[in-house]
Design a protein around this ligand. Structure first.
Ligand code: SAM
Length: 349
């Protein structure tokens, strides 16, 4: 009943989303109903993106971070992490091998590392922009001020990933220390939008203390923000954090939410994440078959891969970029979709 209403209207009220998610958890949505949702999600995805799966070359260029998000393995307090930073040359070398492998989007992701100042990042972005005019540059380095975001846009960055983590203020408090607020995260997202970035928000599924009410708020926040990208993946505990004994999020609920998000925001760029592939060996394939249309293989040098350990048992930390791409290409082909070598911008609605 509620699912039918959602499929018809493309949105629900907070209380209704909560109830729909409760029904999912209780197993009271029939197989037939779930299949109808998947079919709708897949039809929408194919309407905007056909059978194409876009790839992003992920460069995890620093694991230094000044923050202490309770869930994250590379938080500042974790003294067991061997910290690294990639030099400009190393980043450019990742781009070079990525370009040769067919990547046309580079994602520079890292902790909030004060070493990469506005000026230093500007230099890196300009150099990549100059060498690869046909590629998109995506940044994912956390919360900065308007000036900094503006300078990086001006230097040639196209997209910015900043998961909102949770749109429920009380839940936000349980995941982050004093000084980090949903309000500020949200303001950053609107800032980025106003500067003309293609913006990505998102959240973890099954993060500690998450309720279906918080997830309902997440869905309504996404509807309000209208991001170009939404990154969701299961929460996975990390042995050095205070959440080490908390249960992981499930692939099933993540896949369900991927379909829900595709219906909510039909043209959105939606990755099947590494975390999804970590909790379930077939997770990324399941994500693609549920409405996701992006994958983000790792381009970082193998020598540092294991040090960018946000959570335990992260997959793809031992493979060279070429291997990683080849493996994903085969996995995607097995789903009936095709990995393509394109920038892969968001489709117009
Ligand atoms: N520092 C940037 C930021 O804050 O947006 C980007 C890097 S941050 C490590 C990237 C994402 O990793 C976060 O937005 C978070 O959702 C995810 N993440 C961190 N710890 C995780 C965990 N234990 N399980 C699953 N995802 C996690």
């Amino acid at each position: 009943m509620l699912l039918e209403k959602f499929l018809e209207q493309g949105c629900l009220k907070e209380e209704e989303f909560k109830e729909l998610l409760d029904q999912f958890d209780q197993g009271s949505l029939t197989r037939e109903a779930l299949l109808t949702l998947t079919k709708k999600a897949v039809a929408l995805r194919e309407c905007y993106y056909g059978k194409k799966v876009y790839t992003r070359g992920l460069i995890e260029f620093t694991n230094y971070c000044k923050n202490n998000c309770y869930y994250c393995g590379i938080q500042a307090k974790n003294s067991n992490v061997t910290r690294y930073r990639l030099s400009m040359e190393e980043i450019l070398s990742c781009c070079e091998s990525g370009y040769d492998l067919g990547f046309r989007t580079f994602v520079l992701q890292g902790g909030e590392d004060p070493y990469y100042t506005k000026e230093r990042m500007t230099e890196i972005i300009k150099e990549i922009r100059c060498r690869y005019p046909d590629c998109a540059i995506t940044l994912s380095v956390g919360e900065k001020d308007h000036d900094t975001y503006a300078a990086w846009k001006e230097a040639g960055a196209d997209r910015y990933l900043l998961r909102h983590e949770t749109a429920d203020e009380a839940h936000y408090r349980k995941l982050h220390p004093e000084g980090m607020t949903f309000e500020h995260r949200k303001a950053c997202l609107y800032d980025l939008k106003s500067l003309g970035y293609q913006v990505g928000a998102g959240f973890m599924v099954g993060s500690p203390y998450q309720t279906n009410k918080s997830l309902a708020k997440d869905l309504l926040f996404l509807k309000e923000l209208k991001p170009d990208m939404v990154g969701i993946g299961p929460f996975i505990s990390h042995h050095d954090t205070c959440f080490k004994d908390m249960p992981n999020g499930t692939a099933e609920k993540t896949v369900f939410l991927l379909s829900v998000i595709r219906v909510l925001l039909p043209n959105v760029l939606l990755p099947a994440t590494t975390a999804l592939g970590t909790v379930d060996p077939q997770g990324r394939e399941k994500g693609i078959k549920a409405g996701a249309n992006v994958v983000m293989p790792n381009l970082s040098p193998v020598a540092v891969r294991k040090q960018y350990e946000l959570y335990d048992s992260k997959i793809c930390t031992g493979e060279e970029a070429a291997e990683c791409r080849g493996c994903l290409e085969r996995r995607i082909a097995s789903t009936g979709y095709e990995m393509v070598s394109m920038r892969g911008d968001v489709a117009k609605r």
